[in-house]
Design a protein around this ligand. Structure first.
Ligand code: ADP
Ligand code: MG
Length: 303
């Protein structure tokens, strides 16, 4: 029982992905990021040259510090390219499962530019399952232990937010409403799958993932255009009390610089909605992170 949940209530990790085959083919594949695992920091090289044309040119610039600047970014941990999905789970999500099973609400967000590996990290592929499946398996394994002392029920829902409209990825519902309930806000009429049958839950997850809206942009051939919110709910009851906890895993739509992504028309409107919802999310997190007496207003409803 002495495995500690996260000591702090907010942690940030950075994951660096390997170059993709299409990036290697274009030749723009010189690493300008260095992961320093001991300190959990990233070193990013920024070159003064307006255009970097070849690896040879970059190596030449690196010989003289006057041609580049080094920026350091500190995190709670970094995962360099080549780190596995399992290592990612161990570092980032396992502590959350501990807290969740102890009755705390927790959230995990994947944030970053389109094409940086958010969906890969959260959903993964058949051969490299991402955080959702690993969290699900870990929680189900440990639920058996919990059931020896408490009555425990685990359910799962999966929703998508596309252009500010919420739809159910497990059911047919669309344009769903957010309501405020006894144990916090919830999405009305969202399908909740009972996890007494793990195999069925895993099938449902696959069906849900394939229903997410994606579209082609220059930065990512199959970029996800929606935010996906996966929610595990645990209800634990003893003879006298009931405790409900939730674990949210959110695969955010990618932020994009509109000029770089080469988008027009419907895609441009999507892009604006995505960027504005991401900036509202950061405003909410900033307000929640302030001490109580400083928090005037949390802009939950702006997006
Ligand atoms: P995002 O969701 O951030 O837009 P994706 O998860 O779709 O990005 O990743 C873009 C591409 O990079 C995909 O082809 C994905 O398979 C690949 N990719 C991302 N992260 C990794 C990784 N850690 N290892 C190998 N391939 C990765
Ligand atoms: Mg994605």
């Amino acid at each position: 029982m002495d495995q500690k949940p996260f000591k702090e209530s907010f942690k940030v990790f950075a994951r660096v992905r390997p170059f993709l085959p299409r990036e290697l083919m274009t030749g723009c594949s010189f690493p300008i990021v260095e992961c320093q695992e001991e300190t959990g920091s990233l070193k990013v090289f920024e070159f003064v040259a307006s255009e970097l044309t070849s690896e040879a040119q970059i190596r030449k610039l690196l010989e003289n510090p006057k041609y580049y600047q080094v920026h350091n970014f500190a995190f709670d941990g970094v995962l360099k390219e080549g780190q596995t999905q399992e290592q990612t789970f161990e570092l980032t999500a396992r502590g959350l499962v501990d807290s969740f099973l102890k009755g705390f609400n927790c959230s995990l967000f994947a944030y970053g530019q389109t094409g940086t590996g958010k969906t890969f990290t959260i959903e993964g592929t058949d051969s490299s399952p991402g955080l959702i499946l690993q969290v699900l398996k870990d929680a189900l394994n440990r639920l058996e232990e919990l059931k020896k002392t408490n009555d425990a029920r685990l359910t799962l829902s999966y929703a998508q937010i596309y252009n500010e409209v919420i739809s159910d990825l497990f059911g047919k519902g669309t344009n769903l409403n957010i309501r405020k309930g006894k144990s916090g806000p919830y999405v009305e009429d969202l399908t909740e799958i009972d996890l007494s049958d793990p195999a069925e839950a895993i099938e449902a997850l696959k069906r849900g993932a394939s229903r997410r809206i994606s579209a082609v942009t220059l930065q990512n051939a199959m970029s996800s255009r929606s935010h996906a919110v996966f929610t595990l709910t645990l209800e634990q009851s003893t003879k006298t009390t009931t405790c409900v906890s939730r674990l949210f895993i959110v695969d955010l739509a990618g932020s994009e610089r509109i000029t770089m992504a080469g988008v027009k028309g419907v895609r441009l409107e999507e892009c604006k909605r995505i960027n504005s919802s991401l900036s509202e999310l950061s405003n909410v997190i900033l307000s929640l992170g302030k001490r109580k007496e400083e928090t005037g207003f949390v802009p939950f409803r702006n997006s």
